[in-house]
Each structure stands twice: as C-alpha cells, then as structure tokens.
Design a protein around this ligand. Sequence first.
Ligand SMILES: Cc1cc2nc3c(=O)[nH]c(=O)nc-3n(C[C@H](O)[C@H](O)[C@H](O)COP(=O)(O)OP(=O)(O)OC[C@H]3O[C@@H](n4cnc5c(N)ncnc54)[C@H](O)[C@@H]3O)c2cc1C
Length: 414
Amino acid sequence: MKPVWNEQQLEIRDYYEQVALQRVRPSAAERDQNLSFDRQIWRDLGASGLFGLHMPEEFGGQGLGLREFAAALEGFARGCQDMGVLVSFVAQVGLVQAGLLSYGSEQQKQRWLPGLIRGELLGSFAITEQGCGSDVRAMKLAAHQELDGFRLNGQKWNITNAPEADVVMTFAHVQDVGERSVSCFITATDVAGLERSEPFELLGNRGTPIGAFDFNDVLLPPSALVGEVGQGLDVLYFAFLVERVLTGLVITGCMEPLMEDCLQYSQERQAFGRPIGDNQYIQGQIVEMYCQVEVLRSVLLRAMDSMEQGEDCSSLASLVKMLATENLHQACINAIRIHGNSGYRRDQYFERLLRDSIGVFFAGGTIEIHRHVIWNNLISELNQGKRSRQGLNLGVYQKADVTAFTQPTEEALA
Ligand SMILES: Cc1cc2nc3c(=O)[nH]c(=O)nc-3n(C[C@H](O)[C@H](O)[C@H](O)COP(=O)(O)OP(=O)(O)OC[C@H]3O[C@@H](n4cnc5c(N)ncnc54)[C@H](O)[C@@H]3O)c2cc1C
C-alpha cells in the first residue's frame, strides 16, 4: 500500500508526537479537571515550531507545505490526548493566523504573526454571541465609524481562548454602510473597555479556556480593520475552511491511537476462554474505526491539495468536519464499550475524549450547517456551473519550495 507520508513527513510526524507525549499528555487530565490552561506549554509548543511550520519565514514560520504541517499536526494530536490544547491550537492557527495571513495588512501581519507563531501570544477568533451562533449575520456587535477609528459595543460569547487571549480577531456590523456591513477587526485584549469573563464551566474541552468578551465603548484605530469595511464574511469564510481542515487533522490524530488501543485490548482481554477480538462484533467496531481514519485522511489530503492550488475547497472542508466529528464521537463510545468497565473509568482518556467530542459538534459550525454548505454548493454548481462565492483570497497556502525541516535545538525548547 502506498504510504501517506514520505520519509521527511514521517520524521516530522514522529517528532511532534514526541513533543506532545512529553509536554502535553502528562498533565492533560489535570487541566481537564481543574479547567486550566498552561501558558508554559503554549510557549513550549511555539518554540517547537508547531504553530508556524506552514507559515512564511518572514513572520517566523518554516515555510513548509501543508502536507508537512498536516503530518506535524496529526503526530501532535496522536501524542497529546488533550482536545483542550488542540481546540486552542485550531482557534489560533486555523482561524486567527489563517485570517491574518490571507486578509491582514503587511503591518498587521508584522505586528501579530511572529508573536503568535512563537507561542508568546494567544489568539482568539470571536464571532458567536449569546443571541447568534450558526446565523452569523444576526450578530449584534456594532462598530460606529468615527474620525479616529471605530467604536465597538456589544458582546461575544463562548469563544475559545477568550479568558486568556492576548489578541482577538472579531466581527461587527459597521453602522450606516448598507447591507455589506460585517467587518473584521484585530486588537490586543488589553485595550480600554474590553473585558473578559472567567472560563466557562463546560462538559468537555475543559483544557481550553472558553469564555466571553464584553466590548464597552472600545475605540479601535483604522489600522485595526482587517481587509475592508464589509469584507468580514470573506475573512470568516476563508478562516473556516482552514479551521475545518485542521479540525479533521486533529481528529484523525486522536482517532488512530484510539483504534490501536482497542485493537491491542481486543487481543489481551479474555472472555469465554478466548480474546474478545475473536468475536466478529468486536472486530467490526475496530475495522470501522480503521476505515474511518483512512477515509478521513484521504478526504483531508484532497482538501489540502485544493488549498495549495488556491481552490475553494468548501464542500470538502465541510465533509471533513462532518465525518471527523461524527466518527470521533462514535469511536469514543465504541472504545468505552470494547474496554467494558475499565473503559468507563475516569482514569482512562476515553471518557474525556467522549466529552470533548460533543463540543466539536458545535465548534466551527454544526453538522446541519455543513450539510447546508454542501447543499448550497451543489445547487450553485447545478444552476451556474460553479460555486457562487467570489472574491475569496485563497492563494496563501500555494505550494512552498522550501522542503527542509529543521528540528529546534534543545536550547530553544528549554
Ligand atoms: C468547544 C467550542 C468552542 C467554540 N469556539 C468558538 C470560537 O472560538 N469562536 C466563536 O465565534 N464561536 C465558538 N464556538 C461557538 C460555536 O461556533 C457555536 O456554538 C456554533 O456556531 C453553533 O451556534 P449555537 O450554539 O448558537 O447554535 P444555534 O445556531 O442556535 O443552533 C442550534 C441548533 O439548531 C441547528 N440549526 C441552526 N440553523 C439551522 C439550519 N439552517 N438548518 C438546520 N439546522 C439548523 C444547529 O445545527 C443546532 O443543532 C465554540 C463552541 C464550542 C462548543
């Protein structure tokens, strides 16, 4: 069978699996229990190069291709058993960094990307409000244009990284500009008038700080506007494509070891005088997990190839997110069932992953919304021979010439 990863990609994957095993996994259960986020781990991950493998060198990245980045992320997710850190990662790298790279001005990229890539800054991407989630146009955050910038009033809610973030990319309706009013802004979170909540008590994803932002007369300079007035939905739509693909990678990385653990246990655990894996019911569940990982990886690689070619891969990205979320949730339940009583214990990671898998049903758009996206794409292709969304800045991940991966030195990681 043709291997998915070439030799260098395997080296990258193994390297980041080790980083995760050593720096993230040992304290994952504690963070879940205490609802805490570890800034030192974030800085360590920055120093390991994980946040910037695929980002341009001028901003502190390594300028590698998306496949190298994918290998790194899959390896990292394999090792860490911590959906909390992974959700924080996807919010920053898949949403904030992607949005900035594609729509940020040169000055905005220079100001924010190096700190984010080094892990010195934590980024947050705030769309959802208490009154609106899937229907993003219904947001109420308002930006009034004034002589010296934009004055923001309103609230964002259930936002990954919000309680700890140093920088937030957010979306508001600029007033009195007509229908195309949703616009994107980026600001430091210590700006006057911006308040953050404590982390929310949630069922899962407890190792990522999720909370609210309150904007009380926050005055942002014109340089805080990302793209143009009215371009917010383009920024959002592009960032969502990247976020969905990254979520798929993370879930593939979580699911494969889940399948391997079940396989191993099926050979060790005896019932009725033989390994439980001798039963076709058990085999079927494990084979299904294997097939789902392989299908997911194939669709992911297609989506990433499209991205590198500067194509709109929105149906593939939504397919990835749907498959990934549903499969992970079912795989967690099956892993607990296969492990019986010992799978149901809180000192196993299965129950944590099961709780986390429910949050991923919502984060980045629900399954119903992904079906909606795919349906809309199908209809516009039927009616117009193409997808209707025009003018997206899709070319930022075009295939890089750089191929050499350099592991960080021990001093950089210390
Ligand atoms: C772990 C986690 C992290 C998150 N991080 C962020 C973040 O960083 N930034 C951010 O902005 N938001 C974030 N969110 C919020 C997330 O984006 C929203 O929860 C999501 O968009 C759904 O919105 P809602 O919860 O308001 O549900 P609603 O939009 O109110 O939907 C409720 C139900 O109705 C269904 N529904 C709605 N419209 C339709 C339709 N047209 N057709 C069929 N069914 C429909 C939905 O699928 C859902 O089942 C996060 C959520 C979670 C759980």
